[in-house]
Structure formats: C-alpha cells, structure tokens
Design a protein around this ligand. Sequence first.
Ligand code: SF4
Length: 254
Amino acid sequence: MTERSGRKNGGRSREGPGKGGRRNSGATVDRARRRGSSVDDNLLEERKQRASKVVELLAKQYPRAGTALQHRNAFELLVATILSAQCTDERVNQVCKELFAEAPDAQSLKAMDQARLEELIRSTGFFRNKARHLKGTAEALVARFDGRVPDQMEDLTSLPGVARKTANVVLGSFFGRPEGVVVDTHVKRVAGRLGLTESSDPVRIERDLMAILPREEWIGFSHRLVWHGRLVCKARKPRCADCLLASVCPSVSQ
Ligand code: SF4
C-alpha cells in the first residue's frame, strides 16, 4: 500500500465531512466552527477513541522512545534540531560532534567564522541558510538570554530559524514541557494513515493532534510515532502485517 492509498482509505474517503455517507448536522458544524476546528463532534470523538488506543499500544511497544538527536544540554539540542531539517538524525549527530568540539555554547558559536561553520555543517544540506540561522540564533541567545536557551515557546520562536516544530522539540525533549506536538515527516505520514488528521499542513496536523490527545501524551506520542514511522509504517512500504496498530488503523493493507 502506498502513502497515497493510505490517505485515501484512512482520511477523507472514510471520515471526511460530507463523504462516506456521514452528514454533519448544522449544530455540530456550528460547534466545530466556534471551537476553531473544521472537525465535527462525532468525528472528534471517533478520533479521540482511536488516538487513545494508539497511545496505549505505542506506549507498550516503545516505552522509552525519545529523540535520536544526541545532546548534553539545551543549546546542543537546539542546534541539532535546526540542523535536522531535511537531514537524517544520524548525519546531524556526526556533524554535531565536530561542531560542538569547536563551538560548545552560544558565545563560541557566535564568534565562529561563518565560512568555517558552513564547512562543518555542509553535509546536512541547505548549509548556507542553516549557518545563517545558527549564527543569528547564537547572537540572539547571547544578546537577549544571557547565552542560555529560553524555555518559553514565544522566546524560542523569536530566534532565527526556530519555528514551532523546533521549539516543540526543545521544550518537550529537554525541558519536559508539553506545549505542543512535534510534527515531522513521520508524524505527518503516520497520523494521516491512522485517520487522526486529514490535513497535510503541519500546523493544522498539530492542532488536530492536540485536540484528541491528553496533554501529558503530547511529548511521548510524537516520539513514538516517529519511531513507528521509521521502523514499521515506512513511507514507501508500510509493514502492515507486522504492525501492532493494524487493528485500529483505517489504512491497513490486507
Ligand atoms: S497498519 Fe500500521 S503500518 Fe499499516 S498503514 Fe496502519 S499504521 Fe501504517
């Protein structure tokens, strides 16, 4: 089964408003609109129940799931997460060993020669942009946060190159603060196949997941979905026959 067919089975065609035989009543649609969501109450309840089962099953399978980005402090996790855009965690971990040997904190990264920084991070892709963001972030940390990484969403997303996803990684994986759900390529794909969202926009996917998951699950759920996406629900060829979520997944291939 392809990702495309998964979306078809697990998303719109089975659960979409006005499709698959279910009709939204005016009242439920009005309630959904007032809540700022396009999802009606019945669908929300259905997704909550499925999400609850998924949480339970994934927790058993991946009890200690966490980020694969190696880090010793919040600064290292922030830098590694910025570098991880469009790059594998393995590559980022390799690059960061050398980078942190030369720039172990915001002050030293700020002082690092731009060309040297670009050379060190070149293999992670988009290295000029990433170098610019890293320098800008290091400068902002030194200028505004005494060289430390802040633990508030608003402060983190004010840093160059730090969007909500990166901020969620740092807040969740380092500070243990569930301010949102990290939506990376694996979460996006697997959540769609599981029928937990119909959107392909990370911001809307995060909103959909936050609406159906208990807050205390936001951090762990994302980590577990990432691992499940890497190991089982792979992009090109999901291993449905080996999947512990098959009984609750609307996209399971026969
Ligand atoms: S059954 Fe499992 S592997 Fe198959 S699409 Fe669903 S979550 Fe992915």
